[in-house]
Design a protein around this ligand. Sequence first.
Ligand code: M6R
Length: 609
Amino acid sequence: MCGIIGYIGHRDIVSVLLAGLKRMEYRGYDSSGLAVLGSDGIDLKKRIGKIADLEEDLNGQKIPGWLGIGHTRWATHGVPSTLNAHPHKTRSGELALIHNGIIENYTAIRDDLSRKGHHFTTETDTETLLHLIQDYYRGCTLEEAVREALKHVKGTYGIAVISRTEPDKIVVARQGSPIVLGIGENENFVASDMAAFIEYTKDVIYLNEGETAVIYKDHFEHKTLNNHKINRKPERINLSVEQIEKSGYPHFMLKEIFEQDHTVEDAIRGRLREDEGTARLYGLGKYKDALTDAKRVIIVACGTSYHAGLIGEYMLEEFGGIPVEVEYASEFRYRNPIIEPGTIVFAISQSGETADTLAAMREAKHKGAVCLAICNVVGSTIAREADAGLYLYAGPEIGVASTKAFTSQITVLALITLYIARRKKMSILDGQKWVKEMKSLQRKIQTILKSDGYIKKIAEFFKDRPNFLYLGRGYNYPVAMEGALKLKEISYIHAEGYPAAEMKHGPIALIDKDMPVVFIAIKDGTYDKIMSNIEEVRARNGRVIAIATQGDEEIKSKAESVIYVPEVAYPLMPILTVIPLQLLAYHIASFRGAHIDQPRNLAKSVTVE
Ligand code: M6R
């Protein structure tokens, strides 16, 4: 995790770095810092806490200089503290370094360097890398020293290094953590995420694994770690500043929940063929046939993306007729999965940078599977390393709790299902119905969003409960898990998501008059069964909150609170039923005064194992 930024140019360095760090605060927010290189050498400012705390310390102070680097941290090695915050500077003041990733063999390097007389002051793995570079920085250029040092490093890194004796450059390198260069006019940028510099330039170059760059004010050099030149042209990115601002909402999470009528539509746009009742999936390129003929599909993902994958499993098996397994990427990568010919692996990831998902995809590729990505972040590592894939086009998701990415992921999985189903057994008429249902989603999401005020009242009533249970069946069982995840990660309330029928095999013991139980009780094939589960909870005085189909009067007599959603074809229902759960979690967290966009201990993209 962690966000890094570097800038070289004519603007006020501190302002550029602080603005960029704020945009990347989703990557980590336990401490931050910056280093500016000017005529008096490298000036370092850092502190524990959020970027706003660092900004307050600086109090509008200008640090004269022509280049700088900045960092926002999510601690891996060493507690969050001002001392452990980046940048790290050598004792002589000659070098400063920022790092995103983990140096796995840092203890061995540190022992070795200590024997040579290096003195370490922090608990971080990053300081070891700085000393290693310093050790090689004798009679050679900074770039050479960095390259040499990195030969001895195991682990992951996105780094930026500056030197007082080579004051015209920032040296950067990437292995396992994203780095993107922003190419301006007489100014250049580097960051973990292009959002950090998007108001200055939209021309970017993504570094691939094992690549380095040296950026100067007016040009840059791009090479492999083995010193071979790379001539990759900058690409123009279609991202506006408005897309990464809160636009009047108190939190990014709320903004992103309210964007879903558009983001679901954006995932669909240009991908439906009404006349033929099917989807067109250009992004899958030549792999479309392989997908239709697949003998087996494996979906690897983490967190919310994993929950979307579970819904994909239900759809692809029922309508696509393909056996599907959904695996936590972190588990898949470390067992010895059997990948037979005809296996297609989908890697689902909003960020496209999740370390476990990336590693799982690489392992599957290594074993010969065709790997397809479903990602939101354009140009992300998973998107680029996959054989082909489909983007969500949901725009930047900044709230740590994933919301709009989830509904877009299900939407894309529904498009894939439709495509396969139509090439197999689904009739044109059924395909056209599916298309129509997908097209109706935008309007139906708007209807649900109008219930926000009512959901807020329910949230206020239940906000102090220490535990919640979420229950659903079939397609809405993963939604129950997602609802529970949303609540726990932003409100710190303990919550569990279960298949409703599984309740009586254990969780039912938890139910008493203080336990709110959120049922997703939609009028589908599971309705009667779920009504029985509601009765079981009521019989034990549990407090029932139901997400129900518009027009279902019966449920009013069974649930304490009912949140209605419009009817849609049942495989698409999770796109609707999850929205009230996102809002419920949001408002409960808000009533409890939690840090909604930056919950404790979390980060938006988990780029460490
Ligand atoms: O970027 P990804 O979709 O790969 O991220 C996976 C999880 O880290 C992510 O969904 C996480 O669980 C969210 N915080 C959930 O809201």
